[in-house]
Design a protein around this ligand. Structure first.
Ligand SMILES: Cc1ncc(COP(=O)(O)O)c(C=O)c1O
Length: 398
């Protein structure tokens, strides 16, 4: 069989494009944070992970420019060989101190971090134990470990009883890594970390929390999930990304120094891939400094998201509830979701349309997310547009 056959016969995206309803790969021409330009129009952005709005911060932009002046545009090698600059070390040290871990290791993306940590640490005969709603990078990290003959098992979403049942079936002698999103990326729910730590201690497992949507969002001064529960000293490893709160690109894992040292020498995703660019590191460093100096930005983000959760619920929408920056509005089937999305877009609001298989059938959603830099006028405009479209499509009835 010609492998490309499946590419030629894949026409679903073209059909949706022809109907004018395709919500993906939309081009942004200018980006000020809460407002972007698309197709020559100003649009309110309610789908970005730029949680603290720092991509537009003059200090973050200036830091990136300065780094390019000093180090050039790329590192041209992996951390292992010629790709380590002092900005990598500074960022690792500052992050470790901020998060309360012994050591931090940078990767080139958050996705790559999960691949690198899971497959670097877990090997033949070990188990990766993963929440069913974990992000794709965790699943693919576990699959990579499986390729190295590790076992990959999954437990029901945020269900500690099912986690325990799963752990009971694993031989005592096997190495075990429980991996979970800290804030689940689709729903915005926060993981039951105390339950996970209790199980890890009972069954001799290690824990990795993916805080991509939690750093800068929850916990003390935005220190993430472990901090939220006061469990940093018991949470073996926390990983994260620079592509959201930190206004940049790259990923990191925080953990004990000996574990980080091991990963430095055993993680192919680190050793065989070029290091984060100077501009990426400098932007993330500046963003981290701003976060530490202005923790009130975290409060502002959560106040904005809370305002929207309440606003959508008051209008009669079906909304997920969580104390995070993600506010999903459930709209039902795929067709409704695509039409809903397009109508929002035409009226000047951009959100993310999440449809199956990313979400369960009939749980298609307008996944909205907020920034500390959204102003009340932006938020009210989003609510106004949702109200108009919700009434038009019969999702709400006021
Ligand atoms: C939970 C989670 N982990 C990891 C990632 C990947 O991060 P990055 O964008 O740095 O690859 C994401 C990004 O969407 C995410 O939501």
């Amino acid at each position: 069989m010609d492998l490309f056959e499946r590419c030629y016969s894949f026409t679903r995206a073209d059909e949706v494009k022809e109907m004018g309803l395709y919500p993906y790969f939309r081009t942004i021409e200018e980006n000020e944070g809460p407002v972007v330009s698309m197709e020559g129009r100003k649009i309110i952005m309610a789908g970005s992970n730029n949680y603290l709005g720092l991509t537009a911060h003059p200090r973050v932009r200036e830091a990136a420019i300065q780094a390019i002046q000093q180090y050039g545009t790329g590192c041209s090698g992996s951390r292992y060989l010629t790709g380590t600059i002092d900005l990598h070390i500074q960022l690792e040290e500052k992050l470790a101190e901020y998060l309360g871990y012994e050591s931090v290791l940078l990767f080139s993306t958050g996705y790559q971090t999960a691949l690198g940590v899971i497959s670097g640490l877990v090997s033949k005969g070990d188990y990766v134990i993963s929440d069913k709603e974990n992000h794709a990078c965790i699943i693919n990290g576990a699959m990579l470990a499986k390729g190295g003959f590790a076992e990959f098992v999954r437990y029901k979403h945020n269900d500690i009883e099912d986690l325990e049942k799963t752990l009971k079936r694993i031989p005592d002698s096997a190495g075990k890594l429980i991996v979970t999103d800290g804030v689940f990326s689709v729903s915005g729910e926060v993981v039951n970390l105390p339950g996970i730590i209790e199980m890890a201690e009972k069954y001799g497992a290690r824990v990795l929390v993916d805080d991509a949507h939690a750093t800068g969002v929850i916990g003390k001064g935005g220190r993430g999930t472990a901090s939220l529960y006061d469990l940093t000293s018991k949470t073996d490893m926390t990983m994260g990304t620079f592509s959201k709160t930190f206004a940049s690109l790259g990923g990191f894992v925080a953990g004990p120094e000996r574990v980080i040292n091991f990963l430095k020498h055993h993680s192919p995703a680190l050793i065989f891939s070029a290091s984060p660019t100077p501009a990426s590191c400098a932007a993330a460093l500046a963003a981290l400094e701003i976060l530490q100096e202005q923790p009130e930005l975290v409060d502002k983000l959560i106040a904005n998201a809370d305002y929207m959760r309440k606003g959508f619920a008051d209008l009669g929408f079906n909304v997920y509830n969580s104390p995070t920056g993600i506010v999903p509005v459930i709209v039902g089937d795929v067709d409704t979701a695509l039409v809903f999305w397009r109508k929002l877009y035409d009226k000047g609001v951009f959100v993310n349309a999440f449809v199956p298989p990313g979400v369960p059938p009939n749980m298609s959603m307008m996944r909205t997310s907020y920034m500390a830099s959204h102003k009340k006028e932006h938020l009210d405009k989003i609510l106004e547009v949702f109200k108009i479209v919700g009434l038009e499509l019969g999702l709400i009835t006021q």
